[in-house]
Design a protein around this ligand. Structure first.
Ligand code: SF4
Length: 324
């Protein structure tokens, strides 16, 4: 049998027309996802991409893979359900900062306690783009993008802090106009055996005129000697930063280190991996420890209907099973 050709990014492009605003950072995120999905060599039918509601929530439509566009703030419980139902799937959650840390904040935190093996891509632009640019939970106190009539009256949540504190075992940040770095972070996040979180700084040129592509490129802060604009973003690996928990006793020190670096914002913003801990068992491993048949017979691979489409569920047996 002839070996099949390696997958390419094009193999993950759907035929659906992309309708984000011109210049939106979301386009590059989809490109980086397609590149990462191909590089991992996992076929299309083994991916499930789950979104909530918002501009970013359109992402599953633009990918050739299984996907679900769910309801506001619920992408994490849905994605967790998909993964636990069929652990053979590679599950990716995609959602915005409003979806994840507004209505979805409780799910965001409680997902960290479970450490299900999936990857959460967090499109972070500081506004609710789909509904005309209201302040999202990551917008800083006092910030006034053009979509607001007066400065933001609430303090912003730091998603890196919250992910680390909630128990996510792989926490990183990237930038949507650095496709290569973004692709690398997505590949590494998916390869991590546990819950990976990637904060993606994503300019929204339509409503947020503060955190723009030019602002991240530091066009306003030129080097005093050369006069050349640099970048506000720097790689955590350089200068050397070791995100990895090498032994369980290091956990707290590495969490504190990640929180300290995660506080940096303004003229210097770190991107890269903040925290990596492989000592926490995944939720799938915890279930398999209680139910020996879980790995071989997860719920998603059980037959629900016979060859004629009739339900195979015996309701009486099911009810009997619930009796104490
Ligand atoms: Fe992108 Fe903002 Fe337009 Fe939404 S409103 S598609 S985030 S530019």
């Amino acid at each position: 049998m002839a070996a099949s050709a390696p997958l390419t990014a094009k193999d993950f492009k759907s035929d659906v027309h992309i309708d984000w605003c011109p210049g939106c950072g979301d386009f590059a995120i989809v490109t980086a996802m397609q590149m990462a999905m191909a590089e991992l060599g996992i076929p299309q039918h083994k991916y499930a991409v789950v979104s909530g509601v918002g501009c970013s929530a359109k992402t599953p439509h633009y990918l050739k893979a299984y996907g679900a566009h769910t309801i506001h703030g619920r992408l994490m419980p849905y994605a967790i359900g998909v993964k636990l139902s069929n652990p053979d799937l590679t599950v990716i959650g995609v959602g915005g900062d409003g979806d994840g840390l507004g209505i979805g904040a409780g799910h965001f935190v409680n997902a960290g306690r479970r450490n299900v093996d999936l990857t959460y891509l967090f499109f972070n632009n500081g506004v609710y783009g789909l509904t005309k640019g209201q302040a999202s939970p990551t917008l800083k106190l006092g910030a006034k993008p053009k979509s607001l009539p007066s400065p933001n009256i609430n303090e912003g949540i730091n998603p890196i802090w919250l992910a680390v504190a909630s128990g996510y075992t792989w926490v990183a940040r990237t930038y949507s106009f650095d496709v290569k770095h973004m692709k690398e972070m997505i590949v590494r996040g998916i390869r991590h055996n546990g819950l990976a979180f990637i904060d993606i700084l994503q300019p929204c040129p339509t409503y947020n005129d503060l955190n723009t592509k030019d602002w991240y490129s530091a066009k306003d802060v030129k080097d005093t000697n050369s006069g050349v604009a640099g970048s506000r973003l720097y790689r955590l690996e350089s200068p050397a930063y070791d995100a990895v928990v090498h032994k369980p006793e290091e956990k707290e020190a590495k969490m504190l280190q990640a929180i300290q670096r995660g506080a940096e914002w303004g003229d210097r913003i770190p991107i890269g991996v903040f925290y990596e801990n492989t000592y926490v068992p995944t939720f799938e491993e915890r279930i398999a420890g209680r139910n020996e048949s879980y790995r071989a017979h997860p719920p998603g691979r059980q037959r629900l209907a016979d060859d004629e489409g009739r339900s195979m569920l015996k309701f009486e047996d099911f009810v009997q099973g619930l009796k104490l």
